[in-house]
Design a protein around this ligand. Structure first.
Ligand SMILES: Nc1ncnc2c1ncn2[C@@H]1O[C@H](COP(=O)(O)OP(=O)(O)OP(=O)(O)O)[C@@H](O)[C@H]1O
Ligand SMILES: [Mg+2]
Length: 214
């Protein structure tokens, strides 16, 4: 059974970003997408994660053909099964860090795994207001918030962009261990080749599709 199957995806805004994008992700698998800035990596991630209807192609996510489903079915999938770590982390700024994480666990009715907060190195900051945390700390809170809902598939757009190499590796280890333990999958957009190589698949996004690293 695959968790995500992308078939012949193509998308253009003012000009063609990419076409002929095909891949499959099964439980415990991860795929890194590399590519120059502006090539459409975030756009592809949005397409695969229910947020953007592609010009062409099909996305089968957890056995749902998501852009054939009605809005309700897509919303349900997004709420319970999909975890999205955005390129700019959208936390509720006036709230405390723990409130952000608790809200996600409440909405999806899942208990928070406190060892994950520990591993992300943010246990001591959970009583801070989000606005008082550093960029890297906020990024890790947003990752904790996504994991708190126990998604079946994680979409992560440069999740370690604000972090030093050591912290970045630790955060990636948390994500890799999560998908192993929960039989989940990870689609990772990154500019970091070192981290990309640790995924099951490493691909470059080009206008004519995803290519293996040469
Ligand atoms: N909603 C939109 N409307 C019009 N153009 C858009 C929209 N979203 C993205 N674009 C354009 O599509 C192109 C690809 O954007 P995207 O954010 O997917 O690139 P990226 O590969 O993620 O880049 P980066 O590495 O800088 O994050 C850019 O030229 C961007 O301006
Ligand atoms: Mg991007």
């Amino acid at each position: 059974m695959s968790l995500l199957h992308a078939q012949n995806i193509s998308h253009a805004f003012d000009y063609l970003l990419f076409e002929n994008v095909n891949f499959t992700l099964s439980p415990k698998e991860s795929m890194a997408i590399l590519g120059v800035s502006g090539s459409g990596k975030s756009t592809l991630l949005h397409i695969c994660s229910t947020l953007l209807h592609p010009n062409q192609g099909e996305v089968i996510l957890c056995d749902h053909n998501i852009y054939n489903d009605n809005d309700d079915a897509r919303l349900k999938l997004r709420r319970y099964d999909v975890g999205i770590i955005f390129q700019s982390h959208y936390l509720f700024k006036g709230f405390f860090a723990n409130e952000n994480v608790e809200l996600a666990s409440f909405i999806s009715d899942q208990a928070i795994d406190s060892s994950i907060l520990e591993r992300l190195g943010i246990s001591d900051f959970m009583h801070y207001r989000v606005g008082d945390l550093s960029g890297g700390q906020q990024q890790r809170v947003s990752i904790a918030r996504v994991l708190a809902k126990k998604p079946k598939i994680i979409f992560a757009d440069e999740p370690t962009g604000n972090l030093d190499d050591k912290t970045a590796q630790e955060v990636m280890n948390v994500l890799f261990e999560y998908i192993e333990k929960e039989n989940a999958a990870l689609l990772l957009v990154t500019h970091n080749h070192q981290l990309a190589k640790q995924c099951t698949y490493t691909r470059h996004l080009h206008v004519d599709g995803l290519k293996e690293e040469s």
